[in-house]
Design a protein around this ligand. Structure first.
Ligand code: PEP
Ligand code: MN
Length: 349
């Protein structure tokens, strides 16, 4: 961390900043220029709150040198591995995410009935997907729309898992349902886009050690998103999968704007955690899901999560973005080829 003092800051102000830093066990390297003094911190600035420093007398600006996320950082992992990138694979009930094979997660937006779950789970399995999704607790914009079946939905998910052998991913909206998630054998907890900055929820989920699919919030920048993931790792849960699902921009043609640039930045520059893409919520239009899913595979994203429905017209939630069984098959088959072609080419670089 570097602290830039205001032009003409007096000696007492500079001394006060120095004392503040030294009291916290860090060293200080001062550069006294003609107009301005700059103070460099020596040591680990982890416990120093940048905003408190900014509030000190005559401090103009604070620059961070290291990322504010240590455990999720790719550069730290690389440094510990002799300069070579070292990626983490997350094991979801035997399915390894981030281990050199793309992982496909598919299922309906919401669990609607046992029959619906069974029909979809069977064709999702047949199509070659690895994990089954379905929401039992739904974060709906309108309180007047279907809110999910709750505990009953978790039960149907478990039955679909027993019938197909597919591990299940479902969204947790409140820590008060955690016991039920454990009771019904949920294999991976999804934290939805609306909750990626719900730090109390992240702290509780960190304690479970269950794999977490942490979706990026629609207004969360990359740094803040990685800091959210850091909460899970600091809390003792290293099993974190990141997911880009589209952000809010001026564009309203698509439901969200899928930020594939962020996927590349996360994977190649910022983090060792697996990164997957949700082209369903990222576009909101079924016709765009497979093309964007394939684009994600060309980035060598570690997986894709999509919504699918056997009868989308009758879906209780998000029917217009649900792909068919056939589209799912195309996505998985072609996606795998695109992934391996791109991965091989990138590895040669
Ligand atoms: C979902 O996966 O059904 C969902 C609500 O996703 P998001 O949190 O990305 O909106
Ligand atoms: Mn949905």
């Amino acid at each position: 961390m570097i602290i830039h003092m205001e032009i003409g800051a007096n000696e007492e102000a500079v001394q006060a900043v120095e004392d503040f830093i030294r009291k916290r066990g860090l060293g200080v390297e001062k550069i006294i220029g003609k107009e301005r003094t700059v103070i460099g911190l020596i040591g680990d600035p982890k416990g120093i709150d940048e905003n408190i420093v900014l509030g000190l007398d005559a401090v103009e600006k604070v620059t961070r040198i290291t990322e504010p996320y240590r455990l999720v950082s790719l550069s730290r992992k690389r440094a510990m591995n002799g300069g070579k990138p070292l990626y983490t694979a997350v094991d979801v009930a035997g399915v390894k995410v981030g281990a050199g094979e793309p992982v496909f997660i598919a299922g309906p937006c919401a669990v609607e009935s046992l029959e619906q779950m069974m029909i979809i789970a069977r064709y999702v399995k047949e199509a070659g997907a690895h994990l089954l999704r379905g929401g039992a607790y739904k974060p709906r914009t309108s309180v007047y729309t279907f809110q999910g079946l709750g505990e009953e939905g978790l039960k149907y998910l478990q039955e679909a898992k027993n019938a197909t052998g597919l591990p299940i991913v479902t969204e947790l909206m409140s820590e008060r349902y955690l016991d039920l998630f454990i009771k019904y054998g949920i294999d991976c907890i999804q934290i939805g886009a609306r909750n990626d900055l719900n730090y109390d929820l992240l702290k509780e989920v960190a304690k479970t050690r269950l794999p977490v699919l942490l979706k990026r919030g629609m207004s969360t920048d990359i740094t803040t998103y990685l800091q959210a993931a850091e909460y899970l790792l600091v809390g003792g849960n290293p099993n974190v999968i990141l997911c880009e699902r589209g952000i809010k921009t001026f564009e309203t043609y698509t439901r969200n704007t899928i930020d594939l640039g962020a996927v590349a930045a996360l994977k190649y520059l910022e983090t060792h955690l697996p990164v997957i893409v949700d082209p369903t919520h990222g576009t909101g239009k079924r016709e765009l899901v497979v093309p964007i899913g394939l684009a994600a595979m060309a980035l060598v994203a570690d997986g894709i999560i999509v919504e699918t429905h056997h009868d989308p017209k009758k879906a209780l939630c998000d029917g217009s973005q649900a792909i068919s069984q056939q589209q799912l098959e195309t996505l998985i088959q072609t996606g795998r080829e695109v992934y391996h072609t791109a991965r091989q080419a990138l590895m040669k670089q």
